[in-house]
Design a protein around this ligand. Structure first.
Ligand code: G3I
Length: 373
């Protein structure tokens, strides 16, 4: 009877511990040993789900709101700000010793309708852009340690995308290229001089027209004293193509300009069946892609964060976006169990430490050099 009781207690315990049992350390522990932030996009509406909250706090030391610090949520009506959901993210992070990455202060897409349909003049837009950036950055001063100040401003050919902020109608700087972006960084810096300020984009990981344009912008900003501290490489891997070549070279050339690089939104979309499941061979292909990015980031001191766009396949933007064709893109499956990709990322972090026992100190030194700018 007693033995039976012990056995069932053991079974319950191992269920409670999930399938993390038997793993020597969590992602968070492995990342902390190399001085790396390991983060995920989050939805505060899910914090009341115990499994979501428990897994999040155990595995990550950084969170970024997936949607709730965007214009649509933070300024739902002109001049009326809503910080409730973002504040929940800050509170969760505070309770679990995590950092908060802010996303984002300015984007040409997914803006509220009052803004996009408002027929404002450049002068009005300039004023609204300043007020929004500064009200949000001030509200989170001292709580958000890094902001994506401007998100996705370039096309794949390296030209600036048309947007309400650049030229439709823009804030009065339409013919001056990246000047509107520079202005966003200046205003953000005025509002929170201690936050790290990032430019964030997708499909610009390797060396190509788009990443060259971003590199040229950062170089120019540095020469002109525009307060930029980092570049976010999103790393949404959506097609079955291999990762772009030259990611390490791209990170290194940005580092030479004196900015940090963070992997900000990684996920690797796989073909899924009607249950949302991917095949074993696809899961192992996915693990290799995650491993490569995590290894590259972990080994370079200027790469200061490795973040995924969600952590459980239960909640990911991809199935809705691809009409059910793709998903299974994250490190844990829909039941919060680790996938091959999870182990691959931890292994990558461990290898970085084995290869370079000083990697943590090097990363800290790089971060100090950036924040002492
Ligand atoms: O909350 C509403 C819900 O009330 C409504 O019923 C439903 C119907 O469409 O929409 C819900 O809002 C959706 C929201 O996600 C929350 O799920 C929006 O339609 C949808 O457009 C929005 O998509 C987000 C998208 O950014 C646009 O903001 C995705 O969740 C989010 O993952 C995605 O994240 C972006 C990054 O910000 C920038 N980089 C690319 C990345 C992926 O697209």
């Amino acid at each position: 009877m007693k033995i039976k009781w012990h056995l069932s207690a053991l079974v319950i315990l191992s269920i409670l511990a999930g399938s993390m049992a038997g793993r020597a350390e969590t992602l968070r522990q492995a990342a902390e040993r190399i001085g790396l932030l390991v983060g995920t996009a989050v939805n505060p509406a899910l914090f009341s789900n115990p499994e979501y909250a428990r897994t999040l706090a155990r595995e990550f030391n950084m969170v970024e709101p997936e949607n709730v610090m965007k214009w649509r949520v933070t300024e739902p009506a002109k001049g009326k700000f809503n910080f409730g959901p973002g504040d929940q993210v800050v509170a969760f992070a505070g309770a679990h010793g995590m950092k908060v990455r802010g996303h984002n202060l300015l984007w040409g897409k997914f803006n509220p309708e009052w803004l996009t349909r408002g027929q404002f003049t450049p002068r009005e837009l300039r004023q609204m852009m300043k007020q929004h950036i500064q009200t949000v950055a001030r509200h989170y001063r001292g709580e958000v340690f890094a902001w994506d100040v401007v998100n996705e401003a370039f096309d794949s050919d390296g030209r600036l995308s048309h947007s309400i902020w650049l030229d439709r109608p823009g804030i009065g700087l339409a013919r001056q290229g990246t000047a509107y972006i520079a202005q966003a960084f200046r205003w953000a810096h005025q509002a929170d001089p201690h936050a790290l300020l990032f430019y964030n984009d997708y499909a610009a990981e390797g060396i190509d027209a788009k990443s060259n344009a971003i590199y040229a912008m950062v170089k120019k900003f540095k020469q002109e004293g525009i307060p930029i501290d980092g570049v976010g490489l999103q790393l949404h891997v959506v097609s079955s193509r291999a990762l772009p070549r030259g990611m390490a070279a791209n990170i290194r050339r940005l580092a030479k300009l004196g900015v940090e690089v963070q992997i900000t939104e990684m996920d690797v979309a796989l073909p899924i069946d009607s249950n949302g499941t991917a095949s074993a061979s696809e899961l192992s292909r996915q693990a290799k892609i995650y491993a490569k990015v995590a290894r590259t980031c972990a080994a370079i001191p200027a790469c200061t964060a490795f973040q995924t766009w969600g952590f459980t396949d239960r909640y990911s933007w991809l199935p809705a976006y691809t009409m059910g064709k793709k998903g299974a893109a994250l490190l844990l499956n829909a039941d919060y169990r680790p996938k091959p990709a999870y182990d691959a990322v931890i292994d990558a972090f461990r290898q970085a430490l084995q290869r370079d026992r000083q990697i943590k100190e090097r990363r800290i030194r790089f971060e100090q050099s950036v924040s002492e700018r």
